[in-house]
Ligand binder design. Sequence first.
Ligand code: 0RQ
Length: 505
Amino acid sequence: MHERIRHEGMLQKRMSAGEAAALIRPGMTVAMSGFTGAGYPKAVPEALAAQMEAAHAAGEDFKIKVLTGASTAPELDGVLARADGMELRLPYMSDPALRKRINDGELDYMDIHLSHVAQHTWFGFYGDVDVAVVEVVGILEDGRLIPSSSVGNNKTWLDMAGKVILEVNSRQPAAMEGMHDVYYGTALPPNRKPVPILTPSDRIGEPYLRVDPEKVVAVIETDAPDRLSGFSAPDEASKAIAGHLLEFLDHEIRRGRLTDRLLPLQSGVGNIANAVLAGLAEGGYKGLTAYTEVIQDGMLHLIKDGTIGFASATSFSLSEAGVEEFTENVDYYRERILLRTQEISNHPEVVRRLGCIALNGMIEADIYGNVNSTHVAGTSVMNGIGGSGDFARNGFLSVFMSPSVAKGGRISAIVPMASHVDHTEHDTMVLVTEQGIADLRGLAPKQRARTIIANCAHPSYRPALTDYFDRALRDSYGKHTPHLLGEALSWHERFVQTGDMRPAS
Ligand code: 0RQ
């Protein structure tokens, strides 16, 4: 019997990636697996991109609509973007080639809260799903699927798609079997029931994905690793941000608002998130929990040393060393990790019930606490909102972090008015930069402005922000949230024109 494909019918459906890709036709909506560089299909998108390029060379149109879990990798987003093969892409992405096409206005990108994607698909907001392309670790005798390094929206894709293409990746550790929790209790309004998760470790579903074998039109065997993102050591600013945040958490414990077990942590991706995790390890915490989206190397270390006792997520996004560590100690991690569908890992009901501590990065915040996570100069998308909104609005604490300046000081992360708003002033409780922390809880707009400018702005921008705020206090049309409307976005305009937010003088 084939080691990874144990279902006789599906074994017969093995074919090459090129043959499978040929089942995808122009204009189709194709839902693919993948979440933060993990568990995405590695062969079919590349073969499809080659077929698109051939069609384009022959003067034919060939573009598809692509739905995923979150960001994927060069082998999916990169190749399809370079082949100019997408007319629509959703949700979160981080591929440079794709980002460029989006910001050049060459394809439509829809940035959607990650918890919304599955239910919006069920609601019919994105039309029919023609084909699902999903990576799995293996296929059981009865046709159920062992999920891969991410679960993402795969349950929904397999349920909704007219046809299913499976990539069985033998490089993914077989030992992951049993670590997933796929919830089949979701229903559509008005028939929904509570999602019965009371602690991050609660199992509410099954370790396998179901698929109707009749819908499976192709099975492809692959043997390629995930994107395997490495990390640079935290820089000084990241370390300072982590330091302020850890001091704040200590303060909350002393005030009795948190215990030394904290509350389930949600941590974004990137260098600052990694520095915060590294800081937690040094903070003497034990037995914490995480209810989050992504397990990166930093989280694995915390699980190994007991800082984190249990982590629930939807994806493993590990470096090569991380995969090795995981594989060698899989029995240990199996007791301490669950991967869920992203509609559950990011479910607002669960995030609110558990009281998550949401820790996310930002592009900029304004003096009132509106946060821009996604758009440089209000127009050029970076990655997308990801799950930050799912957690920020519903968490016990919502924290946004960034260095106070970007691009060598030419950009201030604290601005008079955010050039794009992902998280409103109502969703932001704490802002942190390397300069310090602004605790906005219980503060009215003008108090927030004074706190943010004093504690978070870089000294080279503080006088200009103070000057703006003072003049707004005097001259604003309304005095509740004072602004000088004609001037509020002038910092961004100056950056677009000169490459620098600082005034010429
Ligand atoms: O640019 O790559 O050219 O150097 O943005 O910034 O400082 O390295 O920080 O990696 O934490 O990313 C908001 C993008 C921050 C991220 C964002 C430029 C900066 C650099 C990266 P370079 P840093 P990070 C969980 C939750 C939204 C989704 C989310 C993000 C690059 O945190 O995508 O939270 N968040 N998901 O130079 C111009 C500014 C800038 C700026 C930073 N004000 N203007 N450029 N940069 N601030 C994960 C998921 O949901 C899947």
